[in-house]
Design a protein around this ligand. Structure first.
Ligand code: SF4
Length: 275
């Protein structure tokens, strides 16, 4: 292949990929989406946060636990030791905050271990990335756990490390769970698929099953969104807009303060407001 041809190939736009995180970022702030996925400047602004570190540690420990055979071969103490070996201090504001989170993680995993032996279910995948080519774009999602039940149905399980409670309606309305359901139905076309959110803090869980009609509506919505997202490029001009429930905690706040000419930003260790 000649150099000209190779240059042309390398300039060919890649097919848009959409994940629940990308979709949720776009829906919550188009500018944050552009900074993160188009301009790719997130690494210069990212600040470690305790809830990210905490959630990631629990996810990694549970992934390893299931890869080692789950509750059939691993005791609760082994699961907790696995978590401790993966523990990282990034994002915790003090030794005390870190110690409280570590104690909580031990308690959640102990509870998870007792709850895990569910009769009739076999964990077939953990941290599994599913991808489906939807034509104009690729839909993908990383699933925490996939169980297969003795009646043949597939259960998609999403761990939430920050939640205490969850209801069936919340599971049904959750965008990420909708995407997982859509992906699983495409990849396991002859199987029944249920979706579950497992709140690690309390051990509570809720399960829902999307109807074919709900999934069709979701697919239409994602296709419309994909067409809109595909229009965002380096040249798109998106003005920052102050969102009191979001901007104060956003990694791009300093950038938006400058770009938006926001005045009277009041900051303290736990509060940022546009006065
Ligand atoms: S600070 Fe606000 S406007 Fe700026 S990127 Fe973040 S969420 Fe969007």
């Amino acid at each position: 292949m000649g150099r000209l041809m190779r240059d042309k190939e390398s300039r060919k736009p890649r097919k848009l990929t959409l994940s629940p995180t990308k979709i949720n970022t776009y829906l919550s702030c188009r500018l944050a989406f552009k900074f993160t996925y188009v301009d790719r400047i997130g690494k210069f602004f990212y600040k470690p946060k305790s809830f990210h570190t905490f959630g990631a540690t629990l996810h990694r420990a549970l992934d390893e636990f299931h890869k080692q055979g789950g509750a059939e071969t691993q005791s609760a103490d082994e699961l907790i030791r696995t978590m401790q070996s993966m523990w990282t201090s990034a994002g915790y504001s003090s030794k005390q905050e870190e110690a409280e989170h570590l104690a909580a993680a031990q308690q959640f995993l102990d509870q998870y271990h007792s709850d895990h032996v569910v009769e009739g279910a076999k964990t077939i995948f953990t941290e599994k990335q599913l991808r489906v080519d939807m034509g104009e774009f690729v839909l993908m999602g990383r699933i925490d756990r996939i169980d297969e039940h003795t009646d043949g149905h597939i259960e998609i399980i999403d761990y939430k490390s920050g939640r205490i409670d969850v209801t069936e309606d919340e599971v049904r309305a959750d965008t990420a769970m909708g995407v997982y359901s859509l992906l699983a139905r495409r990849l396991f076309p002859n199987k029944r698929v249920t979706i579950t959110i497992y709140a690690l803090r309390s051990g509570k869980k809720a399960t829902a099953e999307h109807t074919a009609e709900e999934l069709s509506e979701l697919e239409v919505m994602i296709r419309l969104l994909a067409a809109e997202i595909a229009q965002v490029d380096e040249d798109s001009v998106i003005e920052p807009q102050w969102k009191p429930d979001q901007c104060p905690w956003c990694d791009y706040l300093s950038l938006c303060v400058k770009r938006g000419g926001w005045r009277n930003i009041e900051t303290s260790t736990d509060r940022t407001t546009l006065a």
